[in-house]
Design a protein around this ligand. Structure first.
Ligand code: GTP
Ligand code: MG
Length: 171
């Protein structure tokens, strides 16, 4: 059959935001793991949609590993940026990391699509995706297509909307 086009995706965001949980849910159910642990360095995962084959670099969000991210920017064709919507204290840290990403020479002048997941929407003190979008000043991103979805990675809610958006971009 026809081979699906492969797209390299970088999954970024602070530790504990839910990156690995999201990527795990996007894999076929027989490939999903039950116990998710904090990522060390990064893991490479794959999932497919009807038209594309995504290879995901699921990076660790821990402070000591965040300097690894930039080494993979060149090969990324899309970014998934995950935010813990209930982590009000660290929203400013998430914004700092996002701003550093957007200003990086390997990212700055490319029309890379960025999919944001305002994750953990199930938690009582979670902020809305509109609020998260405001706190991260996403309206200032004018040279890249971007989209934000509220998600609950534990139940898998909101993930398909995001993947549909990613799939609709031409790579
Ligand atoms: P690092 O690998 O350390 O960067 O973290 P990560 O972003 O990969 O987070 P991970 O997927 O390991 O999830 C961290 C914790 O959040 C785990 O206990 C998950 O079960 C939990 N979690 C992930 N998504 C959600 C969600 O949507 N809602 C709730 N309530 N918990 C979630
Ligand atoms: Mg992880």
């Amino acid at each position: 059959g026809l081979k699906k086009k492969e797209v390299h995706v970088l999954c970024l965001g602070l530790d504990n935001s839910g990156k690995t949980t999201i990527i795990n849910k996007l894999k076929p159910s027989n490939a999903q793991t039950q116990d998710i642990v904090p990522t060390i360095g990064f893991n490479i995962e794959k999932f497919k949609t009807s038209s594309l084959s995504f290879t995901v670099f699921d990076m660790s969000g821990q402070g000591r590993y965040r300097n690894l991210w930039e080494h993979y920017y060149k090969e990324g064709q899309a970014i998934i940026f995950v935010i813990d919507s209930s982590d009000k204290l660290r929203m400013v840290v998430a914004k700092e990391e996002l701003d550093a990403l957007l200003n990086h020479p390997d990212i700055k002048h490319r029309r890379l699509p960025i999919l944001f997941f305002a994750n953990k929407m199930d938690l009582r003190d979670a902020m809305s995706s509109v609020k998260v979008s405001q706190l991260l000043s996403l309206e200032n991103i004018k040279d890249k297509p971007w989209h934000i979805c509220a998600s609950d990675a534990l139940k898998g809610e909101g993930l398909q909307e995001g993947v549909d958006w990613l799939q609709g971009i031409s790579y």
